[in-house]
Design a protein around this ligand. Structure first.
Ligand code: PMP
Length: 369
């Protein structure tokens, strides 16, 4: 096979997650804490919008950059939020799609991309595939934004800094103060920041500040997969200050030759989604967060998650991989931290499941601690 495969395939390693799924295949009715999507369904009115669009024949390609009404709505919202007068926008096939477009438009071989460790897994693999170099800045044990470490990591080759708050896998939300300091550092060194805010709505203790409020050289990525449980609909958007219009234009060109456009009828539903209030669902997720933190906080080393639907828990006994194997043998699916990190000390737990399953999972994990 090696003969036919491109060298870049050797730069992608999916072994960590695969191992969990392979072990999981044999389980009956497990407590599944490995899932990265909400356990609720797309809200009824948004499903109706998608069905209406399909029935009305909105099934052809949209414009490459996205449905014009949807882009207008996105532009209006980011204008209000960040005071950008003429934002650049692009509708993408999920934040994953937007990430691929952004990295393809930005990364030359040898370029350095700085990100806090732990990090969302896709970043590392696409950057490696494109010949870029990930520069990881350790944020253990509290997972606060490691502003000093990021500052020290900047070199002449730094192309980009990536932020993800609320964070997958830690559930940590960066404070306004930390974000402001990072914005100053980035401005001083004139570096582009990409902010992945796919979990912006899952914010439990006050607001989740965005660096786009403090710095203009920011590529903002937001998605519909988590907020409206539309992960299978493949929808997200990119927005940026008008000074980054050329970058968004290049990403749009790459979209033209790759994804072509995001799914058309779902873009119509996304227009309604942008006005749809999910605070009830977020309240329910806050309760799940409390269940997890109260259920595990005294037995495990665990930073209280303030957003998303993950907790990043220190594995008792040192090796997270070994603890994960033990948990899976006891019918609880969790993901070893090394999937999201250069370290193998923690495991990621997703509490996007029923309260009953959460309670069962807590009981089993406490027994294994
Ligand atoms: N960014 C983060 C931090 C995520 O957790 C995910 C999904 N797990 C994505 C991006 C990609 O989401 P999607 O492609 O469904 O929009």
């Amino acid at each position: 096979m090696k003969k036919v495969l491109a060298d870049r395939t050797g730069k992608i390693d999916a072994s960590g997650i695969r191992k969990v799924f392979a072990l999981a295949a044999s389980l009956k009715d497990p407590v599944n804490f490995s899932i990265g999507q909400p356990d609720f369904d797309v809200p009824r009115p948004l499903k109706d919008e998608a069905i209406k669009a399909i029935e009305a024949g909105q099934n052809k390609y949209s414009q490459t950059a996205g449905d014009s009404l949807l882009r207008e709505k996105i532009a209006g919202q980011v204008k209000n939020e960040f005071g950008w007068s003429n934002p650049a926008t692009l509708v993408a096939s999920g934040v994953s799609g937007a990430l691929l477009l952004a990295f393809m438009a930005l990364i030359n071989p040898g370029d350095e991309v700085i990100m806090p460790d732990p990090y969302f897994v896709i970043y590392k693999h696409i950057i490696n595939m494109l010949g870029g170099k990930c520069v990881f800045v350790d944020s253990y044990p509290d997972f606060k934004l490691p502003v000093d470490g990021i500052n020290r990591s900047v070199t002449a080759k730094t192309k980009l800094i990536i932020l993800n708050s609320p964070c997958n896998p830690t559930g940590v939300v960066y404070s306004e103060e930390q974000i402001k300091v990072l914005a100053e550092t980035a401005a001083e060194k004139d570096i582009l920041v990409m902010t992945d805010e796919i979990y912006e709505k899952f914010c439990y203790d006050g607001n989740c500040p965005s660096i786009a409020n403090y710095y203009d050289k920011v590529l903002l990525l937001r998605g519909f997969s988590k907020s409206y449980a539309m992960a299978g609909w493949r929808l997200a958007y990119v927005a940026a200050h008008e000074s980054l219009a050329d970058l968004v234009e290049e990403m749009t060109k790459i979209q033209q030759y790759t994804f072509v456009c995001a799914p058309t009828p779902f873009q119509k539903a996304a227009i309604a989604a942008l006005d749809y209030d999910i605070s009830d669902l977020v309240d329910a997720y806050r309760k799940k967060r409390d269940l997890i933190y109260e259920g595990l906080g005294d037995k495990f080393e665990l930073v209280k998650p303030e957003g998303a639907f993950y907790a990043f828990v220190k594995a008792p006994g040192g090796s997270a991989t070994q603890f994960v194997e033990k948990a899976i043998a006891n019918n609880v699916l969790i993901i070893p931290g090394e999937v999201f990190s250069e370290k193998d000390t923690h495991f990621r737990l997703s509490y996007a499941t029923s309260d009953e399953k959460i309670e069962r999972g807590i009981e089993i994990l406490r027994r294994l601690a």
